[in-house]
Design a protein around this ligand. Sequence first.
Ligand SMILES: Cc1cc2nc3c(=O)[nH]c(=O)nc-3n(C[C@H](O)[C@H](O)[C@H](O)COP(=O)(O)OP(=O)(O)OC[C@H]3O[C@@H](n4cnc5c(N)ncnc54)[C@H](O)[C@@H]3O)c2cc1C
Length: 523
Amino acid sequence: MSNSVNRIVIVGGGTAGWLSAGIIAAEHYSAENSVSEGFQLCLVESPDIPTIGVGEGTWPSMRTTLQKMGISETEFFRECSVSFKQGTQFHGWTIGGEDSYAHPFTLPHKYSENNLAAHWQSVRDQVKFADAVCPQSRLFNNKLAPKNIATPEYACNVNYGYHLDAGKFADFLRKHCVEKLGVVHISANMTAVNSADNGDIASITTDSHGAIEGDLFIDCSGSRSLLLGEYYGIPLVSKSHCLFNNCALAAQVPYQDPEDPIQSCTLSTAQSAGWIWDIGLPSRRGIGHTYSSDHNTEDGARTELLNYIATTAGEQAAADASIRKITFDPGHRAKFWHRNCVAIGMSSGFIEPLEASALVLVELSATMIAEQLPANRQIMDLVAKRFNNKFLYRWDRIIDFLKLHYVLTQRRDSEYWIDNCAASSIPDSLQELLDIWRYQAPWHRDTNHIDEMFPSASFQYVLYGMDFCTQTNPTRRRSDRETAKVAMALFRENAKRTEQLMTSLPTNRELINKIYKYGFQKI
Ligand SMILES: Cc1cc2nc3c(=O)[nH]c(=O)nc-3n(C[C@H](O)[C@H](O)[C@H](O)COP(=O)(O)OP(=O)(O)OC[C@H]3O[C@@H](n4cnc5c(N)ncnc54)[C@H](O)[C@@H]3O)c2cc1C
């Protein structure tokens, strides 16, 4: 095996495989280094095993990812049935009735300078937290877009990610990676893994392309985790004691009228033992129910899903719905990079899609590999150690953040919601934060890490959206007294900006139609 790390082999061609290929190739591939240094990135994809075919919500980070890969945003919209996502609106999570709150992607107004959460406590009965501090919740609740057709590609008026068709997205990425980024695509089934003397993977055997050698193997083989899990035996660390959902029922539902408005946020509606996602694409909606099999039967979950479809899309849509069941073990691998093998995507773990955190982990993992690609085999173990530390930390933060949505509920109408509030199911790290937040609001200086996945603003949106009370005393602290007037002025500025955007932005559907017709300006 060569000592330098030049030959990268990705096993699996789902969204994880192709995103990883694109991110790494965009950073490393050039016609010159492929000739002079033998740099080669090849992706082996089974022609027989389908991709998981879900995963339709992204974070705003996807804009940077696609831009760095040299993808035209206009083309992406036209090819992947894309719509704008500006955050999530949660229904029924707090008391199980008409309650509703927003988690927008945009930070509170002038967030780097002022923590408005402390000052909002005094007006909390008059205005919802998200509405008070940022324009976005009102924009997406009116199905508006986050920008205009004159706004250049990837730029925005308010922050946004995407809703997309997962199948079309993998095909689109494949074409771009192969045609523009020099990725070699091999359509074959991996049938065996071949070891080097030192215990690394030397090559994989395929059914139709013989053996494929490599210096670094990226396992994107989906939840079977063929290299890291099956071959190396790195176990899955279960998180089912904390996050109970382990099944999903997914359906694709047509609009009643093809020109119906398109939501510009994900809708998440709490059920008796889980929640229903509702994602609006230009051509259809993706609707699904993720639930805990310990707390509901498949029939019970199906009935709730069909009721939701009947209520929001009509009886006929419910009668016609074709529902696919997916099961998963909530958890992540004990480590992600072992010897010369690193897992990305479902092969590294999966936890319910409540905040769509899977694709962003793919982006972050592939970006770290691209940025820190070991120069040679000697330092690979050190890079692997860094990678494992960083991603174990990230998984823990994701788990804390997802669990926050459950522990704040006041619902006691089913065992599911009661069990979710049991102290034994709450990570110590989250409980400590909750104890502190009773007396001080989350703030971006709370963390030692510069690249937290969830900014403190996200914790604020969920906490105050779900009626959590922070007992601040704005007259006691000098800094709070001094910023009180500023805070009131910022609330007014936000209200004014919201009105301006409400009148100047098109609807999600209008803007998408214009993108199809005219396209965005290129940057
Ligand atoms: C219900 C649900 C909803 C979700 N919603 C979201 C969401 O809104 N946002 C989000 O970010 N994520 C979401 N996810 C997660 C998201 O779907 C995945 O992270 C994403 O699709 C990546 O999957 P993957 O590429 O790792 O695996 P897969 O799509 O399963 O791809 C595996 C690949 O490996 C290949 N393969 C397997 N065996 C072999 C072999 N022997 N030889 C060669 N190739 C092989 C297959 O052919 C396939 O190409 C959701 C997941 C679920 C279950």
